[in-house]
Design a protein around this ligand. Structure first.
Ligand code: AMP
Ligand code: GLY
Length: 423
């Protein structure tokens, strides 16, 4: 069958790498793709949210399956767009329908879902421009740090954690009244701060059945020792060593099962990945957030550990026969280290040539913000490349990634040298 992947990051290169290994895949397209996907698939320069252009592409190339990488097209209803079009409705779309994508599209919706289905999460209240003063009064009842979350999608920037009460009140007003995050902050969720260590759990569902993929931990801050600004993710490790079988069991019973049955009870059609951001508080898991897609760079360590044919899994998701699949996981650990443009996550330059890729041995370079230009691989984004390695232990895997990174260069290249430091 012909398959189209939507997206252009390290996550999508990893999807392409995995799908290209499947005997079920004839032609593989990526829109818009990057220099990594160009090596194994055909890139097509169409935006992930240009639904009419995606329709033309799907019809022209006789695409049978669309795998949606990022959240934007899902929250905008790409799955529904396919289902509602007589020429497209036979195409399998991997990703939830719009109503279910609200789990990521609206923090308030996600919190209400968790409350309804008794899923452990931080206590919260939500506010809008009409009750800012009540929001400020609520902040006074909490202990610092204060957690403020823009309700809508804000490109990963919509969460503020503040130590000072006055600052928290000011930011609440900035968000609600001055539209700090545009429409995304027309509502704000104020949450109890949870103190613990974070990890992510990835679940595949066909809307009825589910399968749990390996856990991963990503490193979000730009600086070593988890300091400085938040980024999309500077590296990741899988499995997560502190996720013991007892703890995983709690995640499945207290969180995964009620989430999947909750989707059914609430009539939220879901065929795709559920990414559950968790925090371990004491010995118990609590949900920080849902995402309706895979994580990036978590995909770069989770998919390399999956032994199954991914296309076979996607077919089972589409046909609602996921119960017939038995997930097989590589026992080895996988780690990835992200190379970023100097200055990221603030301003940075693009167009720097990436050198040394031909010298990499024993690691997989997944391209992210990198494109082909006049035969050269040049940077096109903040996060440029994720260097993934396997090892008997995560230490061994990380060492291999760092050894290979020594061979790579671009102007102002930066990476964290401490991925896995806290494990
Ligand atoms: P989110 O965009 O919801 O993933 O939040 C971004 C980051 O903020 C998370 O990865 C956590 O590190 C942190 N965070 C979010 N909610 C809380 C909370 N209730 N308590 C502590 N940290 C939080
Ligand atoms: N690495 C976090 C995310 O993909 O949202």
């Amino acid at each position: 069958m012909n398959i189209l992947i939507l997206g252009s990051g390290g996550r999508e290169h990893t999807f392409a790498w995995k799908i290209a290994q499947s005997a079920l895949c004839d032609k593989l397209y990526v829109a818009p793709g990057n220099s990594g996907t160009a090596e194994i698939a055909e890139n097509i320069n169409v935006s992930v949210t240009d639904f009419p252009a995606i329709k033309t592409l799907v019809l022209n190339k006789q695409v049978d399956m669309v795998v949606v990488g990022p959240e934007d097209p899902l929250v905008q209803g790409i799955h529904d767009f396919f289902l509602n079009d007589s020429e497209l409705k036979h195409v399998a779309v991997i990703g939830p329908e719009k109503a279910a994508a609200e789990l990521e599209g609206s923090k308030e919706f996600a919190k209400e879902f968790m409350m309804r289905h008794n899923i452990p999460t931080a206590a919260y209240q939500s506010f809008n421009a009409n009750n800012v003063e009540e929001g400020c009064a609520f902040l006074e009842t909490l202990k610092p740090p204060y957690v403020l979350k823009a309700d809508g999608l804000a490109a990963g920037k919509g969460v503020l954690i503040l130590n000072n009460l006055d600052e928290a009140k000011t930011e609440l007003k900035n968000m609600l009244v001055d539209a700090k995050f545009g429409n995304a902050s027309s509502k704000v969720v104020i949450e109890e701060f949870l103190d613990g260590i974070e990890l992510s759990c990835f679940v595949l569902t066909d809307g009825k059945n589910y399968k749990i993929l390996p856990t991963a931990k990503d490193y979000k801050r730009i600086g070593e020792g988890d300091t400085g600004l938040n980024t999309g993710g500077m590296g990741a490790v899988s499995p997560v060593p502190f996720a013991t079988s007892n703890f995983l069991n709690k995640i499945e019973e207290q969180i995964v099962k009620p989430t999947i049955t909750g989707l059914q009870k609430d009539n939220l059609p879901y065929k795709g990945f559920v990414f559950i951001g968790l925090i371990k508080v004491g010995d118990d898991p609590k949900v920080i957030e849902y995402n309706v897609r895979m994580g990036d760079p978590e995909t770069e360590v989770v998919l390399p550990r999956l032994k199954n044919d991914l296309v076979e899994i996607f077919q089972a998701i589409s046909n609602q026969t996921l119960d017939s699949i038995s997930i097989e996981i590589d026992e080895r650990a996988a780690t990835t280290v992200m190379l970023v443009s100097g200055g990221y996550p603030e301003g940075y330059q693009k167009g720097k040539e990436v050198l040394g890729l031909e010298n990499i041995e024993g690691s997989i370079p997944f391209h992210a913000g990198a494109i082909l230009k006049e035969g050269k691989i040049v940077t096109s984004g903040g996060r440029v490349m994720a260097i993934t390695s396997y090892g008997k232990t995560y230490d061994e895997a990380i060492k291999k990634s760092y050894q290979n990174i020594e061979k790579l260069h671009f102007d102002k290249m930066y990476y964290r040298r401490d991925i896995g430091f806290d494990l």
